[in-house]
Design a protein around this ligand. Structure first.
Ligand code: FES
Length: 242
């Protein structure tokens, strides 16, 4: 995040802007007046910072915008996504443009889909003290601690299931006293499940073979030549389920 030309992404008409309620927030330790209905991300940009890292989808899906903050008179430290969390009066905040986290490197073809995978690549999982801090810091409301416990039991399917909606923002990991990188544990389980445990789809195999045999290649080349208007027409005229 760098201080740049003042710019806002908070959408307000000029008329609304005059009557807009403002709050004071502290961004990286500096006080700024920002619209009270702004998200943290909108407030950061309104204050004149340019977000170069730490923003992606801006809709709560990519996990790029992890933020820590405190509120006045409250001893707790909170975590949230900058793009979906609204500012509050007196909020102190710092956005984390990238999170240093240990990530195991492995060849999935050589990893056994059982508890030994976690023992080998993420042994810190077994230091979990069941404090539930990871679950409390998850902006997706996932049962993070439950999937760590499932990893300890070697229940790959459960880890996959409970971590399925994880967006890897990393806020569980920054609060964990056992220094577990929960989101990478979930990723390993999802890969193992997809590789070894998920029932094979005959339809998918068939379609992959068709693609490899270039069955759709001609159509693909035609699509690539189309302009936007023609593409839109084709898109809306396509066969699709109701
Ligand atoms: S920018 Fe993608 S989750 Fe916030």
């Amino acid at each position: 995040m760098t201080e740049g030309k003042k710019k806002t992404t908070v959408k307000t008409s000029p008329k609304e802007k005059n009557t807009e309620e403002m709050v004071t927030v502290f961004i990286m330790g500096k006080a700024h007046k920002v619209p009270s209905k702004a998200t943290i991300m909108g407030a950061i940009e309104y204050a004149g910072y340019q977000i170069k890292r730490g923003a992606g989808c801006r809709e709560g899906f990519c996990g790029a915008c992890a933020t820590v903050y405190r509120l006045p008179g409250d001893y707790k430290i909170y975590t949230g996504l900058a793009c979906t969390t609204l500012v509050e009066e007196g909020m102190w905040l710092s956005q984390l443009p990238a999170l240093p986290a240990q990530k195991a490197i492995y060849d999935i073809n050589k990893v056994k889909p059982d508890v030994t995978a976690f023992q080998k690549f993420y042994p810190e999982v077994f230091r979990c003290v069941s404090c539930n801090t990871c679950t409390k810091s998850c902006p997706q409301d996932l049962e993070v601690m439950d999937y760590v416990q499932a990893a300890i039991r070697g229940d790959i399917g459960k880890v996959m299931d409970l971590s399925f909606d994880c967006i890897c923002c990393g806020m569980c990991a920054i609060r964990c006293p056992a220094e577990i990188v929960q989101f990478n544990v979930g990723l390993l389980a999802k890969r193992l499940y997809g590789k070894y445990l998920n029932p094979k789809s005959k339809q998918l195999d068939k379609r992959i073979k068709e693609i490899r045999d270039k069955k759709y290649h001609k159509g693909y080349l035609e699509l690539m030549k189309m302009d936007k208007k023609k593409l839109e027409k084709e898109y809306y005229a396509r066969d699709s389920e109701a």
